[in-house]
Design a protein around this ligand. Sequence first.
Ligand code: SFD
Ligand code: AMP
Length: 643
Amino acid sequence: MVYYPKKHELYKPEDVETVEVETDVLIVGGGFAGCGAAYEAAYWAKAAGLKVTLVEKAAIERSGAVAQGLSAINTYIDLSGRSEIQNNLEDYVRYVTLDMMGVAREDLVADYARHVDGTVHLFEKWGLPIWKTPEGKYVREGQWQIMIHGESYKPIIAEAAKTAIGEGNFYERIMITHLLMDKNDPSRVAGAVGFSVREPKFYVFKAKAVILATGGATLLFRPRSTGEAAGRTWYAIFDTGSGYCMALWAGAELTQMEHRFIPFRFKDGYGPVGAWFLFFKCRAVNCRGEAYIETRAAELEKYKPYGLAAPTPTPLRNHQALLEVREGLGPIYMMTHEAMEALAGGDPKKAKKIYDEAFEDFLDMTVSQALLWACQNIDPQEQPSEAATAEPYIMGSHSGCAGAWVCGPEDLMPEEYKADFPFIYNRMTTVKGLFAIGDVAGANPHKFSSGSFTEGRLAGKAAVKYIVEQKPDTAIDEAKVAELKEKIYAPMVRYEQYKNTSVDDTINPNFFFPWQGLVRLQKLMDEYAGGIATLYTTNEVMLKRALELLQFLKEDLDALAARDLHELQRCWELVHRVWTAECHVRHLMFRQETRWPGYYYRSDYPDLDDENWKVFVVSKYNAEKDEWEFKKVPYKQVVEWSY
Ligand code: SFD
Ligand code: AMP
């Protein structure tokens, strides 16, 4: 977000080459879900004589949330007894539904869960080192998680995906900005367009099915990091809400977009806490040394039956910590030194092993946290570390459930949901031929890396089946494509036109730069839509003000300027973020209750209201009329479990 002047690299649309790519299945985004889709679609497409193409805006080998690697696979059920703890599907669905405070699409959750073990076994076959006990069992981090040496997790998975679809079928450094709808049937997808972020090339992908796998949305809210660290976040800053925005523009229904994930993290470096809580058995305490999960246990009673679930749902764990902070009892400390000492039990060899594991946890996935320890003279063996709740992220794969309203598998999806979909193909959205996976698929959280890859596999297979059975004869509208090309490069044209009307690029009456727009978006979201400024609290009046300011910002998006292709990418990322933010605010306004205390609070509806709101909120944007429609869809229990 800090602005560094660059050498200008401006292109007029008429000077930009147009590259057309014809394919059958187009996968947008080569993260974990996209790689899963590519791997599986390639297998089924081969038999059907179809082509699979993957387009990614970065380099697949190190793109997305797993770019730095990970230190655990958070979803491994273990139906076959390969790990220290074997589980069953019913317990898993129970765990996920309760973590979402009673609202999850159990058909979708059970579906990825029944296939996720096979995915993890493939990862191991491809070379991912999984921690093993002396008896050869996978080491459990917690009941559902297993430990990995995962610094190279993404390259290993990327290699498998790229090999499966073959050289020439994946396109990197191309940002997709818009979907193309079918010329003869505007309710059917027909491809996508985007631009190279390295050379003057405009890409038109013509496809019969499109799978959206562009990850979640970060930096919609003002982050805690400021100044030279601005933009440092927990989740991938390159996941900018593209999938949500493009899906809603296409008329796809979205669900649970009011939901956000507020990760509780090691302060400032955003180091994850899971391994510390589950594997190292670390305690978190307030400034007085009180373990708030014990002293605040009574608070959970208010949110029965979810509050009494074990483990305590993620938002309520946040809520307990936030009560401390609200009462001025921060900072919150992770008692790392105490946990390490207890585990070592006075054995220096064991202590050394634990010390190495503690550093590996961060060096595998959040290197900056280890650097922060080093630069602040924190030795986790000697002293505690501060932890804090981060800014909100919109996502559907971690402990968040925002995303597209997608079709479930035929055998598990409740009858009541089937009428929403034009066809029954797993993970297809309400738009014909458009699929959504990973962070972009809503109401089925806790997929994490392994489940996102698995969901990609399910969609990849279903997309091929859809093409084989429905034989969509898609056609694109060339006039629309030409219009989009003009629109996409417009920020460069604007800069060229007006660059000499002011002596300072950053103060010009005719344009503004994407980082300026981003700061404006983050300020309004932070202050009015439940960011850290209000400790995640909002109300209808504040949300209306957020919408008003968003409307002004949307009007100004036509004045965005770009001086090079990199900045052009930032322009379109901002556009996607702003629309995702609007969707989030509208959803927040629609749900008149506080279902996830610790993620956000509606001060005008402070209670959880099962009678009226044990539902999925589903929205649809009508681009022609510029109108939003909302509906409630009741939660249905699909798998047998009890409270
Ligand atoms: O510790 C466009 N995650 C963890 N998962 C685990 O299994 N274990 C962990 O240990 C995890 N932890 C963790 C995790 C993430 C992060 C950032 C940290 C720690 C620090 C979560 C998983 O990573 C996550 O669930 C999956 O990666 C989600 O997969 P997916 O495919 O939905 O998102 P992605 O991998 O970010 O990929 C998105 C891709 O799309 C590209 N893209 N391409 C073209 N055009 C556009 N317009 C595009 N927009 C985006 C992106 O570049 C990217 O490649 S822990 O916290 O629990
Ligand atoms: P995190 O590092 O917070 O992303 O968590 C990694 C995994 O551990 C996820 O599956 C979390 O849901 C889970 N987890 C984290 N903290 C706890 C906790 N205190 N109790 C139970 N599960 C947790």
